[in-house]
Design a protein around this ligand. Structure first.
Ligand code: ADP
Ligand code: ZN
Length: 616
């Protein structure tokens, strides 16, 4: 039998209570005794009222022949009581006549040694060891009965209790904006959970595990909760990274706990967030210490296999890296159904905005579709954040409602980072102005680039200035020509600096990184170089587990590596030359833009057009 931690505590408290009760009983007995002064003792002795005494060091205790009355102070009141025995203390000044007097009055005298008895000494020296051994023994017992989790078995349990949430959710599909396809796919699960018996009678086959695949913040958790809400079943959730975070050996027992609880509450849904944290391919880890994760994963697999056909528990899991998952997880009977969740397009973004502006006071005449179109790539979470930021801005200004301007400002803050207060010399300002003007002018001069949305030389985030382009609609495919133009626009800043000041500054560093990464991807992943050809190379690919590049085994020759390097730098050089040609041919416009930027600090697309002329 396992003994949970609280039970052990309870037993300990019971023992302590018994001890207290015993002492209280002793004290009760002691009510017959009083502590009296030595002179009182002497006078009782003279009146022949002492029957016997015991001597122990300086303490004398004894019995009277007849009870005496003593008065004592108790809680501020004087109480009188009768006692039959007493104790008192021998004065430090030796009482030479005590012994003769005692014999004269026929008092029986016993003396006890001050030395504690052998038993007491032995007990005192052994007690701490007994306690330590006792605790160790209890721990061992807990370990044996709980398997992995061991002495920390209690932690494993309480961990599961605090980290997994179990709730009846009230969220429904109504609260999930857009995502019509995904909702449609999950509808079947809702139907099953609502009425499992009927579903089975018709012969429907329900997946036990469904994997929700999509980037962070796209609403996977929300959707899972909505499934539970629609079906009206209990929702258990845990994040897989929490399975393995606290103590080694706890993950597997948490999985066991979670499934046991969910089965008890069936019909129910288990939601595992960040499945890739435990579900990465076994043996794919770098370095040691992965046993823990593998144990957890194995436990998860065996729990899912352990479901019998009629267990009304559905496991939903979320990940944004389905490619790194262990193939065993994706086998039939496990997570064999995938629901892909994309970043919302602008129509869905508008719907998501509508859901979130319900909570705030909105001024009249707001067109959410404008905001939606201006936020490509943003997820549901980003949009929720945008609405929050706008509300914060409005309340800081004591405005009655959130206006378009607040939404616009919030959008800038999220897209470009918050404005930074810093001192900038006029010379630095001039350099930044030319740099940004370079990006802007190249973008305006090249047909087929994304329109300029805004350009600013107010420092934001880590950048001294920002040129922001926004596509007119969401793009899913990028043609090679588009990417090449992007390289040229990005080189525009650096080229403008060199053209005007004869040298480049450190401000162009992040541009160079962007350019190098993009060119590398074009050559190595998208096969956009003739000389290298339509092959993909692991070069330039982010490492799936660590999110960074690693020196991994090269699957291509040195000659190919050299050719790749040549092609990357050729792409970059071509872009630089193109930017140089454009800017030196339009130097007057560059000057105009840079001057306007120094004067106005921020220009929007329309103002840029005005400055350089519509048909630049
Ligand atoms: P994920 O699990 O994919 O990382 P979440 O489900 O946690 O994302 O989403 C975070 C928040 O973003 C949600 O709480 C919700 O408020 C908002 N959100 C995301 N997608 C939507 C959507 N389609 N409709 C409404 N709100 C959404
Ligand atoms: Zn730049």
């Amino acid at each position: 039998m396992s003994q949970p931690f609280w039970k052990q505590m309870l037993i300990l408290m019971l023992v302590m209570f018994l001890f207290n009760a015993y002492y209280a009983y002793l004290a009760q007995q002691g009510a017959q005794t009083a502590e009296i002064s030595y002179s009182r003792f002497r006078s009782e002795l003279t009146t022949d009222n002492i029957k016997k005494i015991g001597l122990k060091g300086a303490v004398i205790s004894g019995e009277f022949r007849a009870k005496i009355k003593v008065s004592e102070q108790r809680q501020g009141k004087v109480a009188v009581r009768e006692v039959s025995s007493f104790s008192t203390v021998l004065p430090a000044i030796a009482d030479q006549t005590l012994m003769p007097d005692l014999t004269a009055h026929n008092v029986e005298v016993t003396a006890t040694s001050m030395e504690p008895s052998f038993l007491v000494t032995a007990l005192i020296s052994v007690a701490p060891w007994l306690i330590i051994i006792g605790i160790w023994w209890m721990g061992m017992r807990a370990m044996r009965s709980q398997g992995p989790g061991g002495m920390l078995g209690g932690f494993a349990k309480s961990g599961a209790r605090t980290y997994t949430t179990q709730e009846k959710v009230s969220v429904t599909f109504e609260d999930v904006a857009g995502m019509e396809n995904s909702k449609q796919e999950l509808k079947e699960i809702v139907d099953y959970l609502r009425n499992p018996k009927q579903f089975e009678r018709i012969g429907g086959k329900v997946p036990k595990g469904v994997l929700l695949v999509g980037p962070p913040g796209t609403g996977k958790t929300l959707l899972a909760r909505a499934v539970a809400g629609e079906a009206g079943v209990t929702f258990f959730s845990i994040s897989a990274s929490q399975f393995i975070e606290m103590f080694v050996g706890v993950g597997a027992s948490r999985v066991r706990d979670l499934f046991a609880n969910a089965k008890k509450a069936a019909p129910s849904i288990i939601f595992i967030d960040e499945l890739d944290a435990v579900g990465r391919s076994r043996g794919a880890g770098i370095g040691g210490g992965h046993d823990e994760r593998e144990q957890t994963l194995n436990q998860l697999l065996s729990e899912m296999d352990g479901f019998d056909q009629h267990e009304e528990v559905i496991v939903l899991a979320a990940t944004n890296r389905p490619d790194v998952l262990d193939p065993a997880l994706l086998r039939p009977g496990r997570f064999d159904r995938h629901v892909v969740i994309e970043r919302p397009d602008w129509r869905d973004r508008e719907k998501i905005l509508q859901v979130h502006v319900r909570k705030i006071a909105l001024a009249d005449g707001i067109d959410l579709s404008v905001v939606a179109r201006g936020t490509p790539g943003m997820t549901g979470a980003d949009l929720e954040n945008l609405v929050n930021e706008a509300a914060i801005l409005a309340s800081r200004e004591d405005a009655a409602a959130v206006t378009m301007e607040h939404l616009e400002k919030a959008k800038d803050k999220i897209l470009m980072g918050g404005e930074r207060k810093m001192f900038i010399t006029p010379e630095e300002k001039r350099i930044t102005a030319y740099h940004e003007a370079g990006h802007t002018l190249v973008a305006r001069l090249l047909p087929g680039t994304d329109p300029i949305h805004k350009v600013t030389i107010i420092p934001r985030g880590l950048a001294l200035g920002v040129t922001q382009q926004l596509p007119e609609d969401d793009r899913y495919h990028y043609p090679q020509s588009y990417l090449e133009k992007r390289l040229t626009v990005t080189m525009g800043g650096r080229v403008a600096e060199r053209l005007v000041f004869g040298e480049v500054s450190t401000g162009a560093q992040s541009d160079l990184k962007v350019v190098t990464d993009l060119a590398e991807k074009m050559v190595c992943q998208w096969g956009m170089s003739e000389k290298v050809g339509a092959m993909t190379f692991s070069r330039g690919e982010e490492h799936p587990f660590l999110g960074m590049k690693l020196a991994e085994e090269k699957s291509f020759s040195e000659a190919m590596a050299w050719r790749i390097d040549q092609e990357i730098s050729a792409l970059i050089r071509k872009a630089e030359q193109q930017a140089e040609g454009l800017l030196s041919a339009n130097r007057a416009k560059l000057d105009l833009l840079a001057e306007a930027l120094q004067a106005e600090e921020t220009l929007d697309g329309a103002r840029v057009d005005e400055i350089i002329g519509r048909n630049a």
